[in-house]
Design a protein around this ligand. Sequence first.
Ligand code: HEC
Ligand code: HEC
Length: 479
Amino acid sequence: MSKFLNLALPAAGGTALVLGGAYGIATSSYGNDRIDVLEANLTAAQAVASAQVAEAGELRTALEALSATTEEQMAALRAEAGAQANAAERQIAALQTQLQTAQAKTSDAPATDAATLVTAAPKPDQGFGLGRTALPEEIAAWDVDVLPDGRGLPEGAGDVWTGEEVFGEKCASCHGDFAEGRDNWPVLAGGFDTLADENPVKTVGSYWPYLSTVWDYVHRSMPFGNAGTLSDDEVYAITAYILFSNDLVGDDFTLSQETFADVTLGNADGFVVDDRAEVEYPQWRAEPCMENCKTAAAQITRRSTDVGVTPADDGSMAESHMEQQLALLGGVEWGKERVAGSVFMGAGGVAEDEPVEEIASLDPPAEAAEAADPALVAQGEKAFRRCKSCHAVGPGAKNKTGPHLNSVFGRTIGGLDGFKYSSAFQSAAEAGRVWDDASIAAFLAKPKSYIDGTKMTFAGLKNEADIAGIIAYLKAISQ
Ligand code: HEC
Ligand code: HEC
């Protein structure tokens, strides 16, 4: 009995599917004759299907009546009912395929009837039967953000002294009594003027642009591991204390909705709106030029043999500049610095049999300069390449990253008008110190040790012959 029911059901299921398809078409609403026809077919098919289902029902009744008859009769009846149900299903499947094809065709076509589109769209409130409208208090619990202008702040107030107490109790274990940070926990105060450093200290005082972020962040997420336990007044008080720790308010300050706008954080102007999408990207999107792009003739500005990475033309390293470099560098702290134009030589060192003698045989700097030995001047000119990116010298030399070096001998240290020296250099200038061979040699050997606080970012020249050479060269070119 139940087996027979199973056979009849797929037919009914198929009908439901077809109905779904028909509804889809109606709502997709690209009114179209073909679809109308198919819809009519469908209705017909549906009628046939229900008739068949009804017929199957009759057969079932008949079967029940015949329940006493032989197994063979039963089987025959079952087969007949099954075949009818299958036929109905096949018919429905074929119609569905036709419908899908028609739908695919019409959905490519432009909408012909906007009004139909609008009216046929499913109503939002029909939904999917999921979820419910949020309650006002649920929205309020989520809606805790505070905006830079103070919108969103709750009622309340807190002063620095209360803040110090609460901070000591709930925050100092990680952030230190004075918000200075304990171990690796974040430091919340200080670090002013370090943002441009290699390792900037980013704190509320040095880095954060808006006070609202401090309030909001503490309110939402601190104390770490116990978020949400602070009262609004406590958050006001703690925020006041963090401001105090950053020298942004006095110890008599009370933070509230009213005083909130009086405080501006140090880095308020440090963030800019990212306009690269409008300003920069279009420039890169231009069609790149892929042929005959360069108009001026090519020029050789530097050779790889100069920087000591390429052997000389005949392939012999002995003739190469590299060889000379190695010789000159004999005995220096090898591998610790970049030599000759940023080629990193790595650890390893100079072969034992390099002619280190050459260094010893060079004249000491002062004498060499006086002698104005052309070879020394030439070596100096070469060594000066490492200075050129920052210093100009010679006729018409202008200040670059560093001051121009014309007539630097006898010149006051930090003495050029119009160049902005470091305060270390300014103090030297005030003290009336003057450049001479010895002081320049000492400065070039280790700039940062010779003038502590100089902004000349240059590690120093390891090679005395280079120093002597540069001195000779600077003198020669200044004449
Ligand atoms: C158990 C240790 C701990 C305690 C207690 C704690 N914090 Fe924090 N705090 C952290 C950690 C860790 C971070 C960094 C979290 C991160 O980056 O995701 C942090 C970050 C912060 C920051 C952001 C720092 C920055 O520059 O990014 C502020 C502000 C802050 N905490 C304030 C507080 C206040 C106020 C309290 C007391 C109510 C407090 N914290 C209690 C561990 C702690
Ligand atoms: C990365 C840039 C840079 C490089 C490379 C550099 N300098 Fe400087 N130099 C400076 C700056 C900047 C100053 C000013 C220092 C200050 O104000 O603290 C300076 C100052 C000097 C001064 C003092 C000038 C004065 O008016 O008092 C001399 C001399 C000098 N540099 C020589 C050299 C030589 C020689 C080299 C190459 C071996 C060199 N510098 C490499 C940037 C550079």
